[in-house]
Every structure is written in C-alpha cells, then in structure tokens.
Design a protein around this ligand. Structure first.
Ligand SMILES: CC(C)(COP(=O)(O)OP(=O)(O)OC[C@H]1O[C@@H](n2cnc3c(N)ncnc32)[C@H](O)[C@@H]1OP(=O)(O)O)[C@@H](O)C(=O)NCCC(=O)NCCS
Length: 326
C-alpha cells in the first residue's frame, strides 16, 4: 500500500431556481401526493437559461478548490462525470478547464451516467496513488432539465440540476479505503437518450420522435438499482475491512426514497444512517452522490475519523461504491 489518497476539499453549486411539485402540477397531469409518495421528492433545482453544465461544474470546482486551499494552477487533471455535456464535442471537462484557467490539467469527461462521479473518483484515486498526478479535480455536474421530456410525467418529475466537486490528493482526510465498480451493458435499453449520437443522428424525424429526450423503463430500473446498489454496499465494506456497524453514514445516489429504503434494508443497514437530500434536489444524476457527501460533511453527519459509504447506480447500467474515512 502506498501513501493514502484522500479528499482535500469539497464544493457544490446548486442553481437558485426551485421547481416544486406544485409547479409541476401546472406542467403535466400529476400531484404533489403522487410524486412524494412514489419518490420522496418535494422540489428540484433548475439551471438558468444562460447556465450550462460547465457553469455549474465551475461553480462547484471553485468552492472545492477554496476548501482545499488550492488554486486552478495546482490541478493536474480534471474529470467531469456527466450525462448532459454542454455539447457532444469537445468534452465538458475541457470547457471547465478553460473557464477555470487550469493550464496544467489534462481534462476528460466520464460517461457513466448517475455513477459518473464515483467512476471519476476511482480513476482520480489511481492517478494520485500511482504518483502520476498530485491533484485531481473530480466533478459531477448535470443540467438534466434540458434532456428530460417535459410532456412525460413518468420521468420529468424525477430529475433536477446541480453540481458537486472534490479535489483528490495525498492525505488522510476523506481517505479512500476501498472501491468497487460494475456495469451491465446488456441492460442499456432500460435508460437512455437514443437520439443525437451516430446511431440516430439529429434529423427532423428524430426531433419529431422526441428521440433527444431521456427514456426510461422505471419499474425495471428500480429493480436493478435495488439489487446492484445493495450488493455494491456490501462489496465496498468487505474490501475495506471495516465492520458494517462501524459505518457512520451511508451516502447513496439520491434517485428515489423508495430505492434507498429498499437498498439499505437488503444490505442489512439502518435507514437512520443514510444521508438524504432527494426531497430537496430530486435525482441530479452524476451530481447526486457528491452533493450529498458535501452536505453530509457540512451538516456534521460525517466527522473526522468517521467511516462513510458512498454508493451509486445509473444508466449503462453502471454502479459503484467506496468506503472512505473522513
Ligand atoms: C418512476 C417510478 C417512480 C414509478 O413508480 P411506480 O410505483 O413504479 O409507478 P407505476 O409504474 O406503477 O405507475 C403507476 C401509474 O402512475 C402513473 N404515473 C407515472 N408518473 C406519474 C406522475 N408523475 N404523476 C401521476 N401519475 C403518474 C403511470 O402512468 C401509471 O398509471 P397507469 O397505472 O394508469 O398506467 C418508479 O418506477 C421509479 O422510481 N423507478 C426508478 C426510476 C429512477 O430512479 N431512475 C433513475 C435511476 S438512476
């Protein structure tokens, strides 16, 4: 084992506009009661018209750098987990690098949907552990409000916009003790944005078919999310050598309250240890887990020396988990 790799700083950026369930009742045929009882979501944030994913990412990055007492010039690499890039090419990470003015940083996006931050975290850990880079910025950032179909009540009520960031380097705060990643591409059909790639390029027909919006088989995704996230919890704990009862805080991907309840129940862990913010932000995909970690630390739910378990699941299908000691 080499030197410990840890989290030197954390930051978030949440757009100021709040969209409540009551607001959604005016857009699609739904109700606050339906949304809360099925998902636990009360409201979500929506990016302003002039805000793109890179802007949210930069907001979170600046906060994380300030927390780490570092400057953009200290960054050797920028990884952006996102499924809502500013554009297909170049990467959002390169746009973030320019906006931050981080000239030394290699920059690339991580396309693992809602697991994007966790995949990025594990990649960053490898670069730091190997001694290749000193400081790697990992961001989860999404403007989902521009890829959800606002005529489809079964999906548009679930998602929100936001960003979170972490700076990784050598250190014992937020030390990454174990990691676990997985995927199952045979289930790719369950959650996708079919249009806009080379399989279905943008055309008048693709726009008419609403192919550029997110499509989801909610019931199937629900089942796989519960199965894979509960397994991922146990894998990361087992690899860490920490006892399950020693985990002080569980920080899951915040897609749906019912998924989270089922995951901890299956993993044999108490719901009282889970940090929750799904009620305030909905599912922010790659931003969800990192925003929840930032808030859990800010709120004192994760304190120095505590063990925390992060677990995520998303389109791909993809999933991942890690145990950190704060
Ligand atoms: C989407 C989800 C909340 C639906 O909950 P559910 O309990 O499975 O609901 P059902 O699929 O049984 O739908 C029941 C009914 O509600 C209706 N419905 C769907 N969305 C609705 C809404 N926003 N408001 C009111 N009714 C709605 C459906 O049309 C359906 O009506 P029908 O029975 O007349 O056809 C649930 O499947 C889910 O959370 N899936 C996982 C989604 C997710 O988190 N994905 C991201 C993972 S990273």
């Amino acid at each position: 084992m080499g030197d410990p790799v840890g989290i030197l700083g954390l930051g978030t950026y949440l757009p100021s506009k709040v969209l409540t369930n009551a607001d959604l009742e005016k857009i699609v045929e739904t109700s606050d009661e339906w949304i809360q009882s099925r998902t636990g979501i009360r409201q979500r944030r929506i990016a302003a018209e002039n805000e793109n994913t890179s802007d949210l990412a930069v907001g979170a990055a600046k906060a994380a750098l300030a927390d780490a007492k570092l400057t953009p010039a200290d960054l050797d690499m920028i990884l952006v987990g996102t499924m809502t890039p500013d554009m297909p090419c170049p990467s959002t990470a390169c746009i973030v690098q320019a906006k931050l003015n981080a000239p030394q940083a290699a920059s690339v996006d991580v396309a693992a949907a809602c697991s994007g931050f966790l995949y990025g975290l594990v990649m960053a850990q490898q670069f730091v552990a190997s001694g290749t880079y000193r400081h790697v910025l990992v961001i989860g950032a999404e403007v989902l409000s521009r890829v959800v179909d606002w005529t489809d009540r079964s999906t548009c009520v679930l998602f929100g916009d936001g960003a979170g960031a972490a700076v990784l380097g050598k250190g014992t705060q937020g030390q990454i003790l174990s990691t676990y990643l997985g995927s199952d591409g045979t289930k790719a059909e369950l959650l996708k944005v079919p249009g806009g790639g080379v399989a279905h390029p943008a055309s008048h027909a693709s726009v008419d078919q609403r192919a550029h919006y997110l499509k989801m088989n909610g019931t199937e995704v629900f089942k796989h999310a519960v199965r894979e996230m509960s397994k991922a919890c146990l894998k990361a704990i087992e690899r860490s050598g920490v006892k399950p009862e020693e985990i002080a805080c569980i920080i899951p991907h915040q897609a749906n309250m019912r998924i989270i309840q089922a995951v901890v129940e299956r993993a044999g862990m108490p719901l009282s240890k889970v940090y929750l913010n799904v009620d305030r932000y909905g599912n922010m995909s790659a931003a969800s887990t990192i925003v929840a970690l930032c808030e859990a630390v800010r709120d004192g739910r994760v304190q120095r020396g505590d063990y925390a378990l992060l677990v995520a699941f998303g389109a791909g299908l993809t999933w991942g988990s890690c145990v950190i000691r704060w």
